[in-house]
Write a protein that binds this ligand. Structure first.
Ligand SMILES: NC(=O)c1ccc[n+]([C@@H]2O[C@H](COP(=O)([O-])OP(=O)(O)OC[C@H]3O[C@@H](n4cnc5c(N)ncnc54)[C@H](OP(=O)(O)O)[C@@H]3O)[C@@H](O)[C@H]2O)c1
Length: 277
């Protein structure tokens, strides 16, 4: 059951968005390279969750079992889908979440997830009735033990504060896009740290090309014999994040995982944290 697995959060997560037909092959390569955590979503527009499941079956055939992996997926509200909605959008939201979650379990050939996220709130800038109904449905899944931890993605600080204050089961994970020119999501990260919420960062490279070109970052990388991309991922670890990567290259898979093998000086972490453009 999920409860046995909920505390084995990985230090790096392999993301499966936008991989289409290559999903199965890339997940097998990522796990073979050393990733144990896989992020997906029941959102056919961007993720082929069933092809992640196909990879899991093949990996099981090679002796890599479900228990050794950390699986995370998401409930996506109807307006985040194209015509391929993996639940009946005419039923109430509680039922939509239940249907989506059951379909995720089927796609992934499992009876539990290590982590389950609301892909994004319905309301802006705070939370509305729809968000609360969906969160309660996610809490219910957590209470059955079928999700080790629950959380929310694409969330702003106001929404996170309200959810943490008022939810019966507080969010345990946040997954957000990290823009360097917005302080790498500093307010949300600091709130997560203070409230023992795991912070997962995505678009660390793609949202911040100027950081990879920054002369000081390149000099730090050169001195360490690492690439600027490795320096950014290492920075994210030392800043308290769990990074996501969706690399399609076996070489980059290895390089991404190697960021646990070296350390940046505190001054370098502060320097990268302060880069705004
Ligand atoms: N919750 C959400 O709404 C949301 C939104 C977006 C993404 N995500 C999750 O986050 C995952 C990652 O998405 P992302 O936006 O961070 O990144 P991404 O779109 O997967 O892109 C990663 C980019 O970085 C490059 N890269 C990775 N490691 C590298 C290295 N060591 N050296 C050089 N280049 C490297 C990759 O190129 P190569 O392929 O050539 O290595 C690729 O261009 C997604 O798959 C998904 O699971 C979630």
């Amino acid at each position: 059951m999920a409860s046995e697995n909920s505390n084995k959060f990985p230090s790096f997560i392999y993301g499966t968005a936008w991989k289409e037909d290559a999903t199965t092959d890339l997940v097998i390569k990522a796990v073979s390279a050393g990733f144990s955590a896989i992020d997906t979503a029941n959102q056919p527009r961007h993720y082929q969750e069933h092809l992640v499941g196909k990879a899991l079956l093949k990996l099981a055939g090679k002796g890599i079992n479900r228990e050794g992996l950390f699986l995370q997926s998401k409930f996506t509200p109807a307006d985040g889908h194209d015509q391929r909605i993996p639940y009946d959008p005419s039923v109430n939201l509680t039922t939509q979440v239940r249907q989506s979650f059951e379909s995720t379990l089927k796609n992934l050939h499992t009876d539990y997830l290590d982590s389950y996220l609301l892909h994004g709130p319905y309301s802006q800038p705070g939370l509305g009735d729809e968000d609360w109904e969906v969160w309660r449905a996610i809490e219910e899944i957590y209470n059955t033990g079928k999700a080790g931890v629950i959380g929310i993605s694409n969330v702003n600080i106001m929404q996170l504060e309200i959810l943490t204050e008022k939810a019966e089961v507080r969010p345990m994970v946040v997954q957000n896009r990290c823009f360097a020119n917005r302080g790498w999501d500093r307010e949300v990260r600091e709130f997560c740290k203070a409230n023992r919420i795991v912070y997962e960062g995505f678009s660390l490279l793609t949202a911040n090309p100027f950081v990879l070109q920054n002369p000081e970052v390149r000099s730090i990388a050169r001195d360490l014999g690492k690439t600027p991309e490795q320096v950014v991922f290492r920075f994210s670890l030392q800043a308290g994040m769990i990074p996501l990567t969706g690399t399609t290259s076996e070489q980059h898979m290895k390089e991404d995982l190697q960021v646990t093998d070296f350390k940046l000086r505190d001054g370098d972490v502060q320097l990268i944290e302060a880069i705004t453009g």
